[in-house]
Design a protein around this ligand. Structure first.
Ligand code: C5P
Length: 402
């Protein structure tokens, strides 16, 4: 699939010495059949020739805010035309101007006037990049939803070694393809992740070894593919992955159930990746229990969250469960698939003599549907998350085509 086909990409070129890489980038973009328009800043024109870019892009290059054509105001026209504005290479100066909302030349004015996504590819000396003011500007831009790709670490043209070099054009193209590959756009996906803690008293709890890494990897991939993700997480030591992810932190199974049920009504897909504690303590002690020779704790079964989701009669999402097993992996998982009325279950082996994958970066998954199965062999959880989402999309589309 050509994901850049007919995408309208406005390149905003500013005056960094890495500007030479733009020639190759334009060639790649046009090869992928994107439509490229170019706006240059005053300093960039001191480094490269406007005519070369005009020939490469096969279109007039713009640099003058007062340019008009049939009374069209150029900055508004270009701001509306673009599907995406790529500031490449982006100097510390253009980054600062966009962060501040300055509009003193054509490029900065377009950035202020556009509704299109802006992606910034920084390129500058590593001290300029590291400077608190540039870092502050980058943080501000990220908060506004502007994407920053790169920079690379390495030997710079000035001789310094550090962070500041522009990404190479082939990497930019790869990231752009990923950016435009959004089969889950307008999809709402809810994911539960991590363990739950069931309190015995204010300082003790029962739980399990779940790290949350698999669920967080799935959340990251789903957001990358364009989904609106709701990530309901038990207590884990993980940062929320970048992207359109709303995270709700919970502690216990009951809290997780409430968070799920409160937000389930508009979900297209539910992925129960959490290792929900099977039991909770009947009589939670609000003060610390004193040490005794024998302590008897009475447990009661927790509600099965995923079963409640799969039994919804109104707005039932496509339901995917996980099954961590130490023996008879597929048999046990298939039983849960049926009993919990799931659409798909992902079974994994968590026996110690395997790779202790419950708290690990690697995993192996058996995907089991009612009418078939597939092995996703041992791999990093991030890779597995991509492979899993691909299968989910294929099956979801097939099962929802009536
Ligand atoms: O713990 P069990 O092996 O039954 O987990 C299978 C699936 O059920 C998982 O997707 C898990 O997230 C979900 N589950 C749940 N609520 C529970 C127990 C498990 O949603 N109380």
């Amino acid at each position: 699939m050509i994901t850049l086909l007919k995408k309208r990409i406005l390149l905003g070129i500013s005056g960094s010495i890495a500007i030479y890489k733009v020639f190759e980038l334009i060639r790649y973009l046009r090869k992928k059949q994107a439509i490229v328009r170019i706006v240059m800043t005053k300093t960039s024109k001191k480094l490269i020739n406007k005519l070369s870019l005009q020939i490469l892009s096969n279109y007039k290059v713009f640099d003058d805010i007062f340019y008009t054509n049939n009374n069209n105001i150029i900055h508004i026209k270009l701001a509306k035309w673009a599907d995406l504005i790529l500031l490449v290479p982006a100097t510390a100066n253009i980054i600062a101007k966009v962060a501040l909302g300055l509009a003193d030349d054509l490029l900065s004015t377009i950035c202020l006037a556009t509704k299109a996504k802006i992606i910034i590819i920084p390129s500058m000396n590593n001290y300029m990049y590291k400077s608190p003011v540039t870092q502050h500007n980058i943080k501000t831009l990220r908060k506004r939803g502007i994407l920053i790709w790169g920079p690379n670490f390495g030997k710079q043209i000035c001789g310094d070694i550090g962070l500041g070099s522009m990404l190479n054009p082939n990497i930019i193209i790869k990231k752009l393809k990923q950016y435009f590959n959004t089969p889950l756009k307008n999809f709402n996906i809810m994911i539960t992740a991590g363990p739950t803690h069931e309190l015995i008293d204010p300082v003790r709890f029962i739980s399990n070894y779940s790290s949350g890494k698999m669920g967080f990897s799935i959340a990251y991939v789903a957001a990358l593919l364009g989904a609106n993700v709701t990530l309901i997480s038990g207590p884990v030591n993980l940062l929320t992955p970048p992207g359109n992810i709303k995270r709700i932190n919970v502690i216990s199974a009951l809290e997780m159930k409430k968070a799920v049920m409160d937000n389930i009504s508009n979900q297209n897909i539910f992925i129960g990746c959490a290792a929900v504690s099977d039991y909770r303590i009947i009589n939670f002690s609000s003060s610390k229990i004193a040490k005794k020779d024998n302590l008897i704790i009475n447990l009661i079964k927790n509600p099965d969250i995923i079963s409640e989701v799969s039994q919804l009669t109104k707005n039932r999402p496509y339901v995917i469960g996980f099954s961590a097993e130490t023996n008879l992996i597929k048999e046990h998982a298939r039983k849960k698939l049926i009993e919990k009325k799931l659409d798909l279950i992902c079974a994994n082996n968590v026996s110690k003599n395997r790779f202790n994958n419950i708290n690990n970066n690697y995993n192996e998954l058996y995907l089991i549907w009612h009418d078939g199965e597939m092995l996703l062999s041992l791999n990093k959880k991030q890779v597995l998350a991509k492979q899993l989402m691909k299968q989910i999309i294929i099956r979801y589309e097939k099962d929802n085509k009536h």
